[in-house]
Design a binder for this molecule. Structure first.
Ligand code: FES
Length: 263
């Protein structure tokens, strides 16, 4: 982990309220599922840094990519950055996904959960895995980087809630339909909590190991304030609390205590 000042190389709108930023930074090589904690404003306004998943990393250029949704003051400030601007960050932070090699994997993304799974797909393919990428979005204008994924050799399965492209409905319903005939060695998911809970349920039903990336509000991002702690099962079955920022954000799905309100 390190504190750095990155230089904006590019920052552009790719879908309604979604921006893609390239930052030139001098950091250690990140893994998929790790995140950076960015200062999104001047003179501590807003006070807290924003955690953003690493969307991709180019070792040769020394650049990370971020994909983020504009949801408030901090991300609006970030969206207004132009090439040459400086952004202060911490990272890479957290524990990311653990990838096997030579297996058949399902990646399941909901909305902006696409951000870390794009990086994961690229790394999974480099390790000789077959990747089927389930992407759920509200409507077709929220679809991202389909051509890039196809060029990598990913099999892309799309679900839209309004039925404007691909399977009409929830991405977890599409996954459930495929699980009746397909056998996966692992499932990797990032998205809203209700989607992750549904993925965890499917993974348990079919006895497939699954890893999920959780999202929580973060203050320090370093495991010091406990503000991002979530309940998880220990090996003995008792419940404990672990920090999403330092012990996650990726957890084995069976360890997460899924609240009824997420289902
Ligand atoms: Fe402080 Fe996670 S944000 S412990």
């Amino acid at each position: 982990m390190s504190l750095w000042i990155g230089e904006v190389v590019a920052n552009f709108l790719v879908a309604p309220d979604i921006y893609r930023m390239r930052l030139r930074v001098d950091i250690e090589e990140p893994g998929p599922g790790q995140f950076v904690h960015l200062r999104c404003g001047l003179r501590y306004d807003p006070l807290l840094r924003r955690p953003l998943s690493i969307h991709d990393f180019d070792m040769d250029k020394g650049e990370i990519e971020l994909l983020y949704r504009v949801v408030g003051k901090g991300t609006a400030w970030l969206a207004a950055r132009v090439p040459g601007d400086k952004v202060s960050g911490l990272g890479p932070l957290g524990r990311g996904f653990i990838l096997p090699s030579g297996k058949t994997l399902a990646l399941v993304a909901g909305g902006i959960g696409f951000a870390p799974l794009f990086f994961l797909a690229r790394k999974a393919l480099a390790l000789g895995n077959r990747v089927i990428f389930y992407l759920g979005v509200r409507s077709r204008e929220h679809l991202l980087r389909q051509k890039d994924l196809a060029e990598f050799g990913v099999q892309l399965e799309i679900a839209t809630e309004d039925g404007s492209a691909g399977f009409p409905g929830l991405v977890t319903d599409l996954l459930a339909a495929h699980l009746r005939n397909l056998r996966f060695d692992g499932i990797f998911a990032c998205g809203p909590k209700n989607m992750l809970a549904a993925v965890a349920g499917l993974a348990a039903t079919y006895s497939i190991p699954a890893q999920v990336s959780l999202e929580e509000h973060m203050a320090c991002g370093l495991g010091a304030c406990r503000g991002c702690a979530v309940p998880v099962y220990r090996e003995d079955g008792n419940v404990t609390y672990e920090n999403v920022c330092s012990e996650g954000p990726v957890f084995p799905a069976h360890r997460v205590v899924w609240k009824p309100s997420w289902r």
